[in-house]
Design a protein around this ligand. Structure first.
Ligand code: CAO
Length: 546
């Protein structure tokens, strides 16, 4: 075991840099590369990483201190011999800037003239050989930029960094896109700049790096090593670990940027409370809380992380089709219900062996009437009876959640799949109609739906919905409640199953049912009673007469 004093690394010439965050406490165990503290200069925020793993024994500075290279940060108890294990600055050598990406100057003339040359701006030495993600392009072709204006923002796992314009000019071409992975010397964009002398420019271009270099890197030096101590991180890492102000005045550190991305928070909308307008993690929390309280759009709102916008063409050929109005409406209704209503779904099988036998007996008669007696009219009739017997199911909650509206009518919607999308026409007064009437009316409404002839009134006033996938297949599904209704019945495909009658297994026609209900309006015991009664009526349709 040894104790090392961890010191401020080479800050690229900046002294008197403020300590704005101490990320560890005495007694904490840290891994190599864990952030120890965050420093902030006028232009940049920098995380100082632990050079190696260890336990924090003491902290030598406090928030608000102004520090410079070589100042002690903390004492770290490390395994083994501290001197031997301490990394040296040579372990991460400073990459020499190169002049490669500079385009040759235009043909020179002898006399000094004002002319314009186009230079390729490339990614500077970012202190890592790894590729980093380009997260923001701050300019557009045709934009005039001043020297030092941000061109792009890059982000590694730990840091965000801006690449500033190395000279004033006009953006002539952009060679990258957001999401690209880039590394040192990757071309970014071409900037044409006015220069006083083509001769002078040509020669200076040959001597200097065209790639813009963050100030700390431009002046980076090998930090001196003191026996028993080491600087935290190598000089090269500093340039790559800056979080900076990006265009539009957004000023945030890497950890905050990462968190904002994870939660789909647009930093430009966050009110900052940090020093010099820096966005803090607390600001993100405040934003998320405020958003949760706002009744605005559910997409990316209510504290829900927004879904990433993915360019699928990067994986293969795609065809992009706009959604129909009906599809968008259904999607929005489903999403609203799913987000607002605490759904519980119960599953059960109804034994409809006798019902099916009766249906088979009635087939010829149905045909003679020009009708078809599917299981649906029986389900409608049984649901109506169960709704009347269980008034909480035939009700809606008021929007403020303060009142329950009990309905003295029984209108039931039936989900109908159409080429244009899902619609739910409503059969009125189901409790007062015969099975024949319900069969004819449901077939008529389903046809109208498929022909897109339903009127808005045909789809209003429902108390309960039946969604049947029985003619398609499946053993069960979780239907989403058609709010402001409080329950919905899902019907899956009938299957013959062995059922124990007390002495032996009998083959029975079992209909899988799923009942989703709004747990704000209905509790589990009530749902169990409703479901049992419904199943009993389907099992013995004579009960529908009671
Ligand atoms: N199990 C087995 N067979 C079933 C069944 C079940 N649960 N339900 C219906 N069938 C049978 C019918 O008996 C009929 O067969 P026969 O012609 O031999 O009698 C066949 O399936 C076709 O029935 P249908 O679809 O014409 O009539 P229906 O009354 O059962 O359903 C309707 C009408 C409008 C509900 C249906 O056409 C439909 O659109 N279903 C899809 C609904 C949907 O998409 N729901 C999902 C909503 S959530 O995304």
């Amino acid at each position: 075991m040894g104790v090392e004093t961890i010191k401020i690394p080479d800050l690229g010439g900046g002294d008197g840099v403020e300590v704005i965050e101490i990320c560890v406490a005495v007694g904490d165990s840290v891994e190599a590369e864990d952030s120890l503290l965050v420093l902030e200069s006028d232009k940049a925020t920098m995380e100082v990483p632990a050079p190696q793993a260890g336990t924090v024994k003491s902290i030598k500075l406090k928030l608000g201190d102004k520090v410079g290279e070589g100042d002690s940060i903390l004492e770290l108890e490390v395994a083994g011999d501290a001197l031997a294990t301490a990394p040296t600055a040579e372990a991460a050598p400073v990459a020499e800037p190169e002049a490669e990406p500079v385009k040759p100057a235009e043909p020179v003339s002898e006399a000094p003239v004002v002319s314009s040359i186009e230079q390729l701006v490339a990614v500077p030495d970012i202190g890592t050989g790894d590729q980093v993600e380009l997260i923001e392009i701050c300019v557009a072709v045709g934009d005039a930029v001043e020297e030092g204006d941000s061109l792009v923002v890059l982000e590694s796992d730990k840091a965000s960094m801006e690449v500033p314009a190395p000279f004033a000019g006009t953006v002539a071409a952009i060679e990258v896109a957001v999401g690209d992975k880039v590394g040192q010397d990757s071309p970014l964009m071409k900037i044409s700049g006015a220069v006083q002398s083509a001769v002078a420019e040509a020669s200076s271009a040959a001597e200097q790096p065209a790639s813009p270099v963050p100030s700390s890197q431009a002046t980076s030096q090998t930090s001196s090593q003191v026996p028993g101590s080491t600087t935290a991180g190598a000089a090269t890492r500093q340039a790559g670990e800056q979080a900076v102000t990006s265009q539009g005045g957004v000023y945030a550190g890497p950890a905050v940027r990462k968190l904002a991305r994870e939660f789909g928070i647009p930093l430009s909308e966050v009110k900052s409370t940090g020093p010099r307008g820096r966005i803090l993690k607390e600001d993100l929390h405040a934003y998320a809380q405020q958003r949760a309280a706002s009744p605005k759009s559910a997409v990316g709102g209510n504290g829900i992380p927004a879904l990433p916008d993915i360019d699928f063409s990067q994986f293969g050929e795609v065809d992009i089709q706009p959604l129909s109005k009906l599809h968008k409406l259904t999607a929005s209704n489903m999403h609203r219900s799913w987000l607002n209503v605490p759904h519980v779904t119960q599953y059960d099988d109804a034994d409809i062996t006798e019902l099916e036998a009766f249906r088979a007996d009635m087939k010829a008669e149905a045909q003679a009437r020009g009708s078809k007696l599917t299981p649906l009219p029986f389900l409608l009739k049984a649901a109506a009876a169960a709704l009347l017997a269980n008034p909480k199911f035939n009700a809606s909650l008021s929007a403020d959640g303060e009142k329950m509206v009990f309905k003295h009518y029984v209108h039931i919607g039936v989900a109908v799949d159409t080429p244009a999308g899902l619609v739910v026409p409503v059969l009125r007064d189901v409790d007062r109609k015969s099975l024949w009437q319900l069969a004819e009316e449901s077939a008529e409404l389903a046809q109208k739906a498929k022909d897109r002839k339903l009127r808005p009134a045909d789809m209003q006033g429902g108390c309960f919905t039946i969604s049947s996938l029985g003619n398609i297949g499946g053993t069960g599904f979780t239907p989403i409640i058609n709010t402001p209704e409080v329950a919905i019945l899902g019907v899956s495909k009938l299957a013959v199953k062995p059922v124990w009658d007390g002495e032996q297994f009998q083959p029975r026609k079992m209909l899988p049912l799923s009942l989703s209900y709004d747990h704000r309006a209905i509790n589990g015991a009530e749902a169990g009673k409703f479901f049992t009664e419904l199943g009993a009526m389907l099992a013995d349709i004579r009960r529908l007469l009671l």
